[in-house]
Write a protein that binds this ligand. Structure first.
Ligand SMILES: N[C@@H](CCC(=O)N[C@@H](CS)C(=O)NCC(=O)O)C(=O)O
Length: 211
């Protein structure tokens, strides 16, 4: 498999974690997002949405991190990241989507670039925007995880797609100096995840294109 990735992309970070958890070998194809490589014709021919992660599984091209993770979970069921039991499945996906569908779309590169270039916001205003949307989702996430976590992971006693989404968002929140004091449960769970090899190996600073 080949994973089109950018070291700082939190969506690609999710897929790197899932591939590591499943023990799937893959080759990284670095896409320089700040340099605009994702908008070049060569990459648009692979993924017209111009986003990473994009997975090439022997010529089958897939994108959207949650869809890729579900694909991997079906192809390589162990360890299962999306539970089969209906209630757990819905709840775990709700936690994952709170990060991937509520925070990330408002805070990704093209949105922040629009704020800077078109709306002429300075870095302090961009950081305020970023922190606002993190807080909007981390507040309810802290409560839900507090209710549902068995202690070590976001939901019950098993690692799930919710954990796979949490750690990359935590990295990004730190990068933008968000106040994490109101989220002690999320901080504690993320610290534990960070120490697990599949998560640690997926970290931005260990990727071949890290700089
Ligand atoms: N919902 C998509 C989001 C993908 C996405 O926006 N990825 C970012 C990097 S984290 C990207 O490629 N950004 C390019 C841009 O914003 O121009 C997913 O989960 O894969």
């Amino acid at each position: 498999m080949r994973l089109y990735s950018f070291f700082r992309s939190s969506a690609a970070f999710r897929v790197r974690i899932a591939l590591n958890l499943k023990g799937v070998d893959y080759e990284t194809v670095a896409v320089d997002l700040p340099g605009g490589a994702h908008r070049a014709a060569e990459f648009l021919a692979v993924n017209p949405q111009a986003t990473v992660p994009t997975l090439d599984d022997d010529g089958t091209i897939l994108w959207q991190s949650l869809a890729i993770i579900e694909y991997l979970d079906t192809r390589f069921p162990s360890p299962r990241l999306i539970p089969l039991e209906p209630v757990s499945r819905a709840r775990v996906q709700a936690l994952a989507q709170l990060v991937a569908c509520e925070i990330h779309p408002l805070n990704n590169l093209r949105v922040l670039s629009y704020l800077r270039r078109e709306l002429k916001l300075d870095e302090a205003a961009v950081a305020k925007w970023y922190s606002h949307w993190v807080a909007e989702a981390f507040g309810p996430l802290e409560q839900l995880v507090g209710r549902w976590s068995g202690g070590r992971y976001c939901y019950g006693d098993s690692l799930t797609i919710a954990d796979v989404c949490l750690l990359p968002q935590m990295y990004n929140a730190r990068r933008f100096s968000c106040d994490l004091a109101p989220y002690p449960t999320l901080v504690r769970i993320a610290a534990g995840l960070d120490a697990e090899p599949a998560f640690a190996r997926a970290a931005p600073n260990l990727q071949p294109d890290a700089r």
